[in-house]
Design a protein around this ligand. Structure first.
Ligand code: ZN
Ligand code: ZN
Length: 97
C-alpha cells in the first residue's frame, strides 16, 4: 500500500520554507516513500500555525458525546444514554424528590 502524505519529523540542514521564516526545520510534509527533495520543509512553529488554522471542512469529525443530565456519565450513542437513563440512580432520586 502506498504511503500517504503526512507530517514527517525530520532534521535537515535547511531553513523553514515559509516566507520570511528562517527557523530550523523540524518537520517535512510529503510521502515518506517519495523523494525528500519534493517534501515541504517547515519549522515547528509554522507546522503548529498550519495545524491551528485547518479549514473547517478538513477538521476531523468531532466525537458526539451524550451526557446524562443527572449523574454526568457520558455515552457515545443516544441509545446508550436512553438505556442508561432507565437505570440511572441519580435520575431516580431526582424524579422522586
Ligand atoms: Zn517556519
Ligand atoms: Zn445517569
Amino acid at each position: 500500500m502506498a504511503e500517504k502524505c503526512q507530517i514527517i519529523k525530520t532534521t535537515v540542514a535547511v531553513g523553514c520554507e515559509t516566507y520570511n521564516c528562517h527557523k530550523k526545520v523540524s518537520y517535512a510534509i510529503g510521502r515518506p516513500d517519495g523523494p525528500p527533495q519534493l517534501w515541504r520543509y517547515l519549522c515547528e512553529d509554522c507546522t503548529r500555525d498550519m495545524l491551528s488554522c485547518i479549514p473547517e471542512e478538513l477538521q476531523p469529525e468531532p466525537v458526539k458525546v451524550y451526557t446524562c443530565d443527572y449523574c454526568g456519565e457520558t455515552f457515545d450513542a443516544s441509545i446508550k444514554l436512553a438505556t442508561h437513563s432507565r437505570t440511572c440512580e441519580a435520575r431516580k432520586k431526582a424524579v422522586t424528590k
